[in-house]
Design a protein around this ligand. Structure first.
Ligand SMILES: Nc1ncnc2c1ncn2[C@@H]1O[C@H](COP(=O)(O)OP(=O)(O)O)[C@@H](O)[C@H]1O
Ligand SMILES: [Mg+2]
Length: 342
């Protein structure tokens, strides 16, 4: 073999993660280099190899190809399906919602704090939650609140990457990620759950969607009780009936009413130097905002704050007045957008 052949093999085994063959070939190349009088090159390769082995040992890997090593490779296998892994600081006070929603979430949290008690009486523990409702009303936020209150790590799944046009592949990908989640005491969060419906468009085979639904049902059944799955969607009607029924808890998040908007505004301005230049105007805007989402209302308010700040720059003050006229105009624009969409 020539040097170029060794390099091709090394590239191949490296990409295939075949440590054993990679090391074997690398050692052969070192020998070959010594024989062909490329001693310097041989020594450099040798030192790269030694460094790598030393580093793996300090990482706690006793031996190349040990179980720990294999675990790392599995990680790589699922990493493309994970958007992020996070811990959340969000708590109940961050979420504005109705009493009914609040109490549903509070009971869910209590169940997970009382797992031991429930187990003593052989009672099932709810661990599959669906949040649904219009966009910008706190579905993602509610998932973060659960993660924060329960102090569990959350794995945010990239459903876009999981859904594949290849037959059978979507199911396989889902199984991989759930298998992984089952080994960790964590929350699996599938945001935009309706993305799974894309399987219908991708696949000519009508059985494929059924296969995906069945896979999820099975994965749900084998989910350890300490693990939690949260799904969120603003298109509940896109989701298979059988799948909907399997959630322990389906919580609808609504558009805010006037009192919710009031609360959102209060929370947004709490502990800030910002206050309204006119209280009556602010009340009128709040009642005009009914029909818009929490997200839209808050975004308009933050924009108004920034613009007011620019206008008042240069003047020294401890409290900064939010120009209600600016906020009113932004809300008016959003209402128009909404009207045009409907
Ligand atoms: N119910 C709510 N209470 C407080 N803030 C909210 C609420 N809903 C939305 N928001 C604000 O809007 C942002 C986006 O909301 P998000 O949870 O992503 O909505 P959804 O997932 O329903 O589309 C949140 O980070 C938060 O700042
Ligand atoms: Mg969301």
């Amino acid at each position: 073999m020539q040097q170029i052949d060794y390099i091709k093999e090394i590239a191949k085994y490296g990409l295939e993660n075949d440590q054993e063959k990679l090391l074997f070939t690398l050692n052969e190349l070192i020998e070959h280099s010594k024989q062909t009088k490329k001693v310097n090159f041989a020594l450099q390769l040798q030192s790269i190899l030694k460094d790598a082995i030393r580093q793996q040992q300090t990482n706690g890997i006793v031996k190349l190809g040990s179980p720990k090593h294999i675990l790392r490779e599995e990680d790589r296998e699922v990493s493309e399906f994970i958007l992020e892994k996070l811990t959340s600081d969000y708590r109940f006070p961050n979420l504005v919602c109705s009493e009914a929603v609040h109490s549903e979430l509070a009971y869910f949290i209590e169940e997970h704090r009382s797992i031991e008690l429930l187990r003593q009486y052989d009672l099932p523990i709810s661990n599959k939650v669906l949040f649904y409702g219009p966009s910008g009303c706190g579905k993602t936020l509610a998932a973060y609140v659960l993660a924060g209150e329960l102090e569990k790590m959350m794995i945010v799944i990239n459903l876009g990457a999981i859904v594949s046009s290849k037959l059978g592949e979507t199911s396989k990908n889902l199984a991989k990620i759930f298998r992984r989640a089952a080994t960790e005491d964590c929350i699996v969060f599938m945001d935009e759950f309706d993305t799974l419906g894309k399987v219908r468009d991708y696949s000519q085979d009508h059985g494929e969607m059924k296969r995906v639904v069945n896979t999820i049902l099975q994965l749900f059944d084998y989910l350890p009780q300490g693990s939690i799955v949260i799904a969120a969607t603003n298109q509940k009607d896109m989701i298979d009936e059988a799948l909907l029924r399997r959630f322990d808890l389906a919580v609808e998040l609504h558009l805010p009413d006037q009192s919710h908007i009031q609360e959102l505004v209060k929370k947004t301005l709490a502990d800030s130097p910002f206050s309204f230049d006119n209280r009556e105007n602010s009340q009128r805007i709040i009642s005009n905002s009914v029909g818009l989402s929490y997200y839209t209302i808050q975004k308009a308010l933050l924009t108004a704050i920034k613009r007011s700040l620019f206008l008042q720059q240069g003047k020294v003050k401890k409290s900064i007045k939010i120009q209600t006229s600016v906020w009113a105009e932004l809300i008016e624009q959003e209402r128009k957008v909404l009207l045009e969409a409907n």
